[in-house]
Design a protein around this ligand. Structure first.
Ligand SMILES: Cc1ncc(C[n+]2csc(CCOP(=O)(O)OP(=O)(O)O)c2C)c(N)n1
Length: 586
């Protein structure tokens, strides 16, 4: 069958089972858009900014477990994808990005809208391709999808010069693929599994740290089996949230900078840490040199580059998490009695619960999260942005089902939530999606409201408007002596009017007593709805593991400045008073 390059791209997408692509056309990619209508199986979503397309593909990939696809034209279009690619790379999200470039003869001549996108995107993609000849396109497309979804997933970019899109050649899509230099190890080494099992059996104070890899490998059942059979408490990394039922008695919530104090203490005091599908990220682990000082470490991950990268590991298992956990569950025999350990953990849980919203006080993030939880009963996908609201939600919302939480963990990309929520809504059209954003991040990708409206997505948007770049404001308060510099966002825009301008019903709430009713009204709307919550601008996220300190030094409540064992004072310059902040809108 003879096809031109554009048709080959579409045929490949169809062969890969792609139903939705997110993109925005331009000069170089016009040949591809020209043939797109001939492929009704491919549903194109026109974005308002290419960064949105990349985040939508990312959100789609995470929510569907399959590859998300985005498209952009040459030069500025392709470069606008870069933040989204970096985000997907840091969070191991399966994405294929297709960009067009100037014609092959013009490459290197600074032609109009020429950019070396393969050069630019090397560090932020798992792999990228510049397709110089149309005959290479089928195999490149096959490789791109294979790389994006296999092993440790990630973004792959395929850059296609305009003339390649227009040139004809014989097309046949490869059924299988062999890449000798790329063979991720998926099956665990039996010796390592035995060693790990013996450590688990002998441990008196074990903890499982469960990360994103568990979700990617669809290993939530196996994780639960391991925890329940061995009576081992489970803590999550930020990206691991939703891999273990949030209301399970063995669940301790998120660990790390804004994790629960009891998760931090449990890891700190553990004699065995089993890290599953994690990369021992600095935000989660606290000071590396003081990490879990009494513990042996078992590390299960598919990426060998993660082993020993940040934390010394006693037993590494390089494998797909599902296969590794299945093998481990088979191998583990009788374990120690953990009742004393679980009692200790429960004691911490009681002594250091998550802070509550002050009754009768100003509107807290916690009021809103509680109301969304009650309204959804946990049956929703929650996409969060970056900042305080993200941490409050990670702490407080008990995620019940796998992949019900979508956030930007590694890169911490403000502006992620709205487009990622769009991607998730396309991936799982029968489910409700809540997009939760701060007033800062929301403004970064706000124009994608047009997509939300045009496709009448089943999405509710909660804007946590504290009139500040809240997380930076918190750090200025705590670590820069309250010297608030360039963090105030009070003033325009009127978000309610913005939502209404996109024909989305909108409410504004500043009274804690109105939260539940407004969430109910928004939930009753068919299609999108928007609520702006006027949050107490001085609210801070605690618990907190101050950068440079260990998990043992977590500050459970804002008023505390000493670690739980009372030994080391924590070097936080906090006023511990209700703060009076300048420039607030009334
Ligand atoms: C693109 C980008 N720029 C800057 C930052 C640094 N940063 C992290 S949190 C934050 C404040 C976010 O403010 P907002 O979106 O209002 O959320 P809040 O913290 O108030 O919940 C900033 C500026 C970032 N993470 N991403």
């Amino acid at each position: 069958m003879k096809l031109n390059g554009s048709q080959m791209v579409c045929e490949s997408l169809v062969a890969e089972g792609v139903r939705t692509v997110f993109g925005l056309p331009g000069g170089a990619i016009m040949p591809l858009y020209d043939v797109l209508p001939s492929y009704p199986a491919i549903h194109h979503v026109l974005v308002r900014h290419e960064q949105g397309a990349a985040h939508m593909a990312d959100g789609y990939g995470r929510a569907s477990g399959d590859v998300g696809v985005c498209m952009a034209t040459s030069g500025p279009g392709a470069i606008n994808l870069v933040v989204g690619l970096a985000n997907a790379m840091m969070d191991s999200a399966p994405v294929v990005a297709i960009t067009a470039n100037v014609a092959t003869a013009a490459i290197g001549s600074d032609a109009f809208q020429e950019a070396d996108i393969t050069g630019i995107s090397i560090p932020v993609t798992k792999h990228n391709f510049l397709v110089r000849h149309v005959r290479d396109l089928p195999i490149v497309m096959k490789q791109a999808f294979h790389l994006a979804r296999s092993g440790r997933p990630g973004p792959v970019l395929v850059d296609i010069p305009k003339d390649v899109l227009q040139t004809e050649a014989e097309f046949s899509y490869p059924a299988r693929i062999s890449m000798p230099s790329y063979n991720p190890t998926t099956q665990p080494n039996a010796v390592q599994v035995r060693k790990a099992a013996r450590l688990v059996e002998g441990a008196h104070r074990p903890v499982i740290i469960a990360g994103h890899g568990v979700l990617i490998a669809q290993a939530c059942e196996e994780l639960r089996e391991l925890a329940e059979r061995t009576h081992t408490p489970v803590v999550n990394t930020l990206l691991g949230l939703s891999n273990f039922p949030g209301e399970h008695e063995l669940y301790l919530g998120m660990m790390g900078m804004h994790g629960t104090a009891y998760a931090c203490y449990a890891v700190d005091q553990a004699d065995l840490v089993v890290g599953v599908g994690i990369r021992f990220d600095d935000r989660a682990m606290g000071k590396y040199s003081a990490f879990a000082p009494h513990a042996k470490v078992v590390h299960i991950d598919i990426d060998p580059a993660e082993i020993g990268k940040n934390i010394r590991t006693d037993v590494p298992i390089v494998a797909d998490c599902k296969a590794a956990l299945q093998a481990l569950n088979r191998e583990i025999g009788e374990c120690q009695d953990h009742s004393a350990w679980l009692a200790q953990v429960d004691d911490w849980r009681e002594q250091y619960p998550l802070p509550k919203a002050a009754p009768g006080g100003a509107l807290s993030h916690r009021h809103v999260i509680d109301a969304i939880w009650r309204a959804t009963g946990g049956r929703a996908i929650i996409a969060t942005d970056v900042g305080q609201h993200q941490m409050f939600i990670a702490q407080q919302y008990p995620f019940l089902t796998p992949n019900s939480h979508v956030t930007s963990g590694g890169l911490g990309t403000m502006g992620f939530s709205l487009p990622a929520a769009v991607g998730a809504a396309f991936a799982r059209p029968n489910e409700l999606v809540w997009c939760c954003a701060g007033d800062g991040g929301f403004q970064m990708t706000m124009p994608e409201l047009a997509v939300v409206r045009n496709f009448n997505l089943n999405m509710k948007i909660a804007l946590f408007n504290n009139q500040y770049l809240g997380m930076v404001r918190q750090w200025q308060q705590l670590f820069y002596k309250g010297n608030y510099v360039e963090v105030g966002l009070a003033g325009p825009p009127n978000f309610q009017k913005i939502a209404e301008a996109y024909d989305i019903p909108a409410w504004r709430v500043d009274d804690p007593n109105q939260v539940a009713e407004t969430v109910r009204m928004a939930s009753a709307v068919e299609g999108p709805a928007f609520i702006e919550f006027m949050i107490d601008p001085s609210e801070n996220v605690f618990p907190m593991v101050v950068p440079g300190t260990s998990l043992a030094e977590v500050i459970p409540f804002e008023a505390h400045t000493r670690s739980h064992n009372g030994q080391q004072p924590v070097h936080v310059q906090s006023s511990h008073q209700p703060v009076s902040l300048p420039g607030l809108r009334d």
